[in-house]
Design a protein around this ligand. Sequence first.
Ligand SMILES: NC(=O)c1ccc[n+]([C@@H]2O[C@H](COP(=O)([O-])OP(=O)(O)OC[C@H]3O[C@@H](n4cnc5c(N)ncnc54)[C@H](O)[C@@H]3O)[C@@H](O)[C@H]2O)c1
Length: 284
Amino acid sequence: MATRSSTLRIGVVGYGHLGQYLVERIIKDGAGLGLTLAFAWNRNPHKLKGLVPDHLILEDLSAFKTRVCEVIVEVCHPQIVKDFGVQFLSHAHFLVGSPSALCDPELNQQLRQAASLHGNTLYIPSGALWGGQDIQRLNDSGALTGVFVRMSKHPSCFRLTEDTLSDWTEGEGRRVLFRGSVAELCPLAPNNVNTMAAVAVAAGTLGFPGVIGEIVSDTALRDYHVVEVEVSGAHGFSVHTVRRNPAQLGAVTGSATYNSFWHSLLGELNASGQRWCHGRFLFL
Ligand SMILES: NC(=O)c1ccc[n+]([C@@H]2O[C@H](COP(=O)([O-])OP(=O)(O)OC[C@H]3O[C@@H](n4cnc5c(N)ncnc54)[C@H](O)[C@@H]3O)[C@@H](O)[C@H]2O)c1
């Protein structure tokens, strides 16, 4: 079990946009907030040289247990969650930045079991999701009946595993790329549907097969991504949120999401004293 020191030592796995942002902020602002960097890893370690102190660069991810840390943050790729998630949880709390990995029911179960066994917690950052904790509360009360999530972005912001968008042209407007369960959607767009995956974790009674998602390419969305969530509950209850998330052309991640991840880490700092949350998913 990860024990609590006065500072929370964080290992960051992945040094893309989110990883760089988090590492920089931990180095710059962490000391005053009780956060410190335990290690940073990237599949190409040269990217870290000169930006991260040498002794904090982890060259080989399978050596992560040589670094004492309370939390490991994955901001890399769902494959890393699959390959290392269970091992991470044997060593530390684990913040899953790519929750689309959890659409695999077997992996989902293995991670929950590992968290329980080792007394560690799986954290799901809210990322670009608005109202995740409210959805989780409605779910836990038994009153949640349905959730629909639509994510609309400029076509240059999608990373699809199939060839659906290779023919897009500037000015073509709106095109629905897929509508179906989040379980079906995650393998098609693993880097684009983390927000939907986070919804599916929050709405655990519906889960990945029961939450419905839609991805829309829209050439008019040059400056932001749009995330719409429609939640329905017992006795006619409903909530509809529309989030406009400023984003550069071609960016997978909206800029407000960086700050959201940072606040999830600060939330972990507060939540890490709550022993009741071990072994389950906790929204931050
Ligand atoms: N939870 C959310 O709301 C949310 C929001 C945005 C992004 N994300 C996810 O977080 C992760 C990081 O996002 P980002 O914007 O920093 O992406 P990015 O593309 O900028 O960075 C990803 C990094 O991981 C590395 N990488 C990619 N595939 C890999 C693999 N198979 N094995 C090892 N390394 C690999 C890349 O080289 C890069 O350094 C992505 O999986 C993304 O989908 C989640």
